[in-house]
Design a protein around this ligand. Sequence first.
Ligand code: LLP
Length: 397
Amino acid sequence: MSSISGIQCKTLVQAARKFGTPVYVYNQDRVEAQCKKLQKHFPEITFHYAVKANANPELLRIIRKQGIGAEGVSGGELVAAMSAGFKKKDLSFTCSNLTEEELAAAVATGARVHLDSLTQLEQWGRHKLGSQVSLRLNQGIGAGHHKHVITGGPDSKFGISLSDIPEAKRIAKQYGLEITGVQQHIGSNALDEAVLLKAAGVLLKTAETFEGITHIDFGGGLGVPYKPQETELNLVSLGKKFSMLIKDFRKKHGAHIEFAMEPGRFLVAQAGLLLVSVTDIKHTEKHCFVGVNSGFNHLLRPALYDSYHPVENVVRTRGKKAHVTIAGNVCESGDVFAAQRTMYTPEIGDLLAITHAGAYGFTMASMYNLRVLPKEVLVTKANTLKDISFDPREFAR
Ligand code: LLP
């Protein structure tokens, strides 16, 4: 029998039998392989996994064991990372619109904090949170799969604009702070090498305008293909070009300068799928609706961003094909996982795998309509099924 997301279909059937549906199923091998790819192609870069992509404690431990750090955007994410064993030297933190208490609490964890605004910088100085600071910059360059996830440019709430750098320098001077780090994050799911390189190049240029920079963080955003016609980033080429930029910068400004990136999606997106069961079939004038026992409460991306997720029938690999619209069980018309897809005609009781759901799947799930969150199961390296479900309320602050 074939496999889906690197997991044998018979294992998926077992997962559904053992744990019921809907259930998120993750492939440990895939997560590890993605970590290794980045480390191989970007040897000069330290990686901090963006916990927001998937905060499952077992996945966090798997990623940590690959020698990757963690990046958080809330106190809760830092707590989750620390409980999964990440050491403070391996943590970083960026967040917009923090309370003063949240900022102080993030600093107290020992994480490297990238300040998102002049307000945060001023608070840092006033509360004497440390002598060295790092700034998150908005350099006017943005990218991403949807306007909601473009985090650089004129419409983004994030970062300190280049035009505010003189004021940032003035505040730093006033409080006796040294700006030793710069960071940016231009957006999410960039599949265009050129924009990633352009943003990195501009960040390095900006870094040169500060004296004493020791840490440069290029942010996350490395994309993965979701649609059949999309192609993956060429890591050989991208890695080489980043390497050249870094070597050149170190030659000019010192070999001690550290470089970092914060990938989230890249490590986990293709390693996870949401397994659902077909509960209803309804033919209307325009659609053949295939109803399933999950919805945007469990995987929000199609409803929120109109995101494409491949859907495969786990149990039916031959027979007639049909154009179907896969709809969830949430009480809203926008609850559609996939519209007008051609697939082996599903029948009630069939198992469907909604793939590429490992990133921003469970972390964005809710209990809307008062339905419980799905379970989470790991296909281990030994090809066994392990229940890794957790209650996010344990960590949320
Ligand atoms: N660093 C910072 C500061 C970020 O804000 C993010 C993502 C990342 C790193 C990781 O980005 P990644 O490598 O995963 O692209 N919910 C959306 C994605 C939102 C991303 C928000 N920030 C989605 O489902 O597409």
